[in-house]
Design a protein around this ligand. Sequence first.
Ligand code: SAM
Ligand code: SF4
Length: 317
Amino acid sequence: MRDAFGREINYLRISVTELCNLRCRYCMPADGVCKREHDEMLTEEEIVLAVQTAAELGVTKLRITGGEPLVKKNIVSICGKAAQVPGIREVCITTNGTLLPQLAVPLREAGVARLNISLDTLDAEKFRYITRLGELEQALGGIEAALAAGFEKIKLNAVLIGGFNDDEIPQLAELTRRWPVDLRFIEMMPMYDGGDFSEGSFISSDVVLQKLPELTEEPRDGGVARLYRLPGAQGRIGLISPLSAHFCGECNRIRLTADGRLKPCLHGREEFSIKGLDAAGMRAQFEKAILAKPAWHGELNYAHRSRSGRNMNRIGG
Ligand code: SAM
Ligand code: SF4
C-alpha cells in the first residue's frame, strides 16, 4: 500500500518485547522497564494475524526486534509462523547477539533469513559500561554462532558515540576483513528521555569517512545506509545518518510495538492500537497508520528530541 506521499510501504518492524537482558545507556534506563501486564502485550496469535494483515496490504519484509527479541520465550515459533505467511519474502531479526549461541540454529531452521547484531565496542570494559550488564565475549560468541549456523549477509550495528567509541572506528571497520559481514555505523538518536548521553556525545557519521580515507564508495542496495568498502574487505561499511541526512523521503516502513501500537513514524507521537482486534479491525488500523505517515519526522537534533514518547526498547529500533 502507498502512503499519502506515494511511498510504497512494504516493510514492517515488529517489536516482540520491551524487555532486554542488557541496558544500553542510549536505549533504556538502568532499572529496565516496568514489567507490564501480560494481557497488555500482543499474543503470538495477534502478532501472526498482524503479519497476515500487513502482507495483504503489500508488506514483504519483516524485521523482528525489541527490546531483545531473543529473550522472548516463543521467539522461534513466532519467526517460523511469520516466515510461512504468504507474501512474506524475508524475516530478519535485530539482536544484541548474546543469546545466539543457543538460538542461531533454531532461528535459521525456522526460516529467519538475516540477522543484524549490535556491537558498539571491542573493548570488554567499555562493553560492560555501555550495556551496563553485558559481557563482550557473549556478543562475539553470538556473531560466531550466527556465522557457524550459516547466516549470510550479517550486519553488525555500532552506534557512534563521541568520546566513547570514535577511537575504535578503525578496529570496528576491520571486522569486515575478519568476517564476511557488513559493519554499519549509526548516528545516535536523541530519544525522548535522552539516556545517559547529551549533544556533546553526538558525532556525525561523516567522521567515519575522515578516519578511514581508504574507503571506496559502493552502490546503494535499497537500504538506508550509504555504503563503502575497505580495500580487500569481505563486507561493506555502512553509514546510517538519521540526524545529519535524514532518509524520510525513502521511508518504506511501519512499526508495531510489543503492546500492539502501530507507529507510522519512529519519531512521531501518533499510534494506532491493534490489540484485541480481529482481522478486519487490524486491517482498518493498518490502513489508517500507513496514511498517517508524515512526510518527514520533523526537526530531530539534541534541541528537538524525538517526539515518540518512548525509548528505543519500547519502540523497536
Ligand atoms: N536488542 C536488540 C539490539 O540491541 O540489537 C534489538 C533492539 S535495539 C532497540 C535495536 C537497535 O537500536 C540497536 O542496534 C541499538 O543499538 C539501536 N539503538 C537503540 N537506541 C538508539 C539510539 N538512541 N540511537 C541510535 N540507535 C539506537
Ligand atoms: Fe537492549 Fe538492544 Fe536496547 Fe541494548 S539496544 S538495551 S540490547 S534493546
